[in-house]
Ligand binder design. Structure first.
Ligand SMILES: Nc1ncnc2c1ncn2[C@@H]1O[C@H](COP(=O)(O)OP(=O)(O)OP(=O)(O)O)[C@@H](O)[C@H]1O
Ligand SMILES: [Mg+2]
Length: 279
């Protein structure tokens, strides 16, 4: 089925031997150490791991927000971040921010129209496409509302719609639903799944919520304590489209136990290392 959201295809990400050392005032912090990870085009990859292990550092390098110290990050075979070259952020790698970034002075429709207009569409074309996308995603009833007039869960949905209308190859989400209550979070997670059922995109999603990781991801990648490396990868083999029902299946509980064990082991190491530093 064709979608107003559009799907340019591609989106294969190769993170190869990436190391990142922050050097604030000479105090070197090794945040990521020789980390490698491949994400297939259209795959939903979730990163989990102890706080401070380097997840955001990786995502930000892929987004083009900062450089890396060595290694390569490629998008569809093109180097977008190396030690000597960082492609600036662009519409092909869109970040959905945790704290929201809707323009408060624009309506929902105007917020969605903004991206296509910046990309050169006429106002009329952009508006038509935005109306179609809103309809497709069930957001038409709030088209004329301002962000200040809708709930936080609704804002998240609009932000996802706004990201998708730009037809990115890759969606980057860093704990996007962190501050939400459990019920709203569930609804917004389902919204994201339904949107991606319409147009598959490569997704790199960071979360501390292991249930969220399993519900959303094709693969859950568990990182070690800092410096970040891949500790373990768990394939999440629930078919799509997924509904909330998978959360009560025996397989879900089995996978949950595996993810919890691996993350707990790393969290313990991080904690012990912190204790040692304190001593
Ligand atoms: N700009 C910076 N300058 C110096 N050190 C930094 C900088 N940004 C991050 N760090 C350090 O790099 C390490 C990795 O940070 P990062 O934010 O990538 O971790 P994270 O896995 O996203 O953590 P969290 O789960 O808490 O969000 C941490 O020790 C952090 O303090
Ligand atoms: Mg982070």
């Amino acid at each position: 089925m064709s979608s107003a959201i559009g799907h340019s295809g591609g989106g294969r990400i190769s993170i190869r031997n990436v190391t990142k050392i922050y050097d604030p005032d000479g105090a070197k912090v090794l945040a990521v150490d020789n980390c490698s990870l491949e994400i297939e085009a259209g795959e939903f990859c979730v990163l989990v791991g102890p706080s401070g292990c380097g997840k955001t550092t990786l995502l930000n390098a892929l987004a083009g927000f900062h450089s890396i110290t060595s290694g390569t990050i490629e998008l569809d075979g093109r180097a977008v971040c190396t030690a000597t070259h960082t492609e600036p952020p662009s519409a092909e790698r869109i970040v959905v921010f945790q704290n929201g970034a809707l323009f408060p002075w624009y309506t929902v429709l105007e917020n969605i129209t903004y991206g296509p207009e910046v990309q050169g569409r006429s106002r009329r074309e952009a508006r038509e496409q935005a109306l179609d996308v809103l309809a497709e995603l069930g957001l038409s009833p709030i088209a004329d509302r301002y962000p200040g007039e809708i709930s936080s869960g609704m804002k998240r949905r609009v932000e996802i719609a706004r990201a998708l209308i730009n037809d990115p190859k890759v969606l980057l989400l860093d704990e996007p639903f962190r501050a939400m209550d459990a019920l709203t979070k569930g609804v917004v997670q389902e919204f994201l799944l339904r949107a991606l059922d319409k147009v598959r995109k490569s997704v790199l999603f960071i979360t501390h919520d292991l249930e969220e990781a399993l519900f959303l991801g094709d693969r859950v990648v568990i990182m070690t304590t800092r410096p970040a490396q891949v500790k373990k990868t768990i394939l999440v083999d629930f078919p799509r489209p997924r509904t909330f029902k998978v959360r009560s299946s025996a397989r879900y509980l089995e996978l949950k136990a595996q993810v919890f064990d691996a993350v707990h082991e790393e969290a313990r190491k991080a904690f012990d290392a912190g204790e040692r530093e304190m001593a």
